[in-house]
Design a protein around this ligand. Structure first.
Ligand SMILES: *[C@@H]1O[C@H](CO)[C@@H](O)[C@H](O)[C@H]1NC(C)=O
Length: 188
């Protein structure tokens, strides 16, 4: 009788153990067993970087393949590639604004800002190649520097004096840095 009870208890404890282990595996950040998109999981995890889930989803989903990305490395790559194309667009819009600007001081500021973007684009391309190869080291730093390009330009020119793409780029680089850092924590 006593033996029966204790083995029942043991059985119950084992069942609990199995259940909790299973839950952990399926809820874990590096789980490959979950058939659903890793996007919501990623985007609800960026709070410590001050990136809310909605900003995360809407920024990454500028690339429509965001929801079919099979895993975190692919999402990190989407984020980094979007930052490259966003920088390229910001650079082009600055060139356009510079071509139209007449005021000498405004032109000077735009030229300095353009130089910063011209330097940032190849570094971001390097970052995208690294992430594509599964190498994350140095990438968050490049994304952070890229974000500073946008704020340096705003500081030079003052609010509203530059094309809106400059500010949009800041947001993109910020989200991409958070995404890559988070993915790096789990994939390394
Ligand atoms: C650049 O990023 C912003 C988000 O910060 C987005 O609204 C905009 O559409 C992006 N532009 C391009 C060309 O990717």
């Amino acid at each position: 009788m006593a033996v029966g009870t204790s083995s029942l208890m043991l059985g119950g404890a084992l069942l609990l153990l199995v259940l909790s282990t299973t839950t952990e595996v399926h809820g874990g950040p590096s789980s490959r067993a979950t058939p659903c998109s890793p996007l919501p999981q990623l985007c609800t995890s960026l709070g410590p970087w001050y990136v809310g889930p909605n900003d995360c989803v809407s920024t990454l989903c500028i690339d429509p393949s965001c929801r079919s990305a099979p895993g975190l490395p692919e999402l990190a790559l989407i984020a980094t590639r979007l930052t490259v194309s966003n920088a390229t667009v910001a650079k082009a819009s600055l060139e356009h604004a510079l071509a139209l600007a007449k005021d000498g001081k405004a032109r000077k500021v735009m030229r300095s800002c353009l130089e910063l973007y011209t330097g940032a684009v190849p570094r971001l391309q390097w970052a995208a190649r690294s992430v594509a190869a599964g190498r994350y080291r140095g990438v968050p730093e490049v994304l952070l520097d890229a974000r500073y390009v946008s704020s340096k330009c705003t500081n030079l020119a003052g609010e509203g004096a530059l094309p809106k793409e400059n500010v949009e780029f800041s947001m993109m680089a910020y989200v991409a840095k958070a995404v890559v850092e988070w993915v790096q924590l789990f994939i390394g």
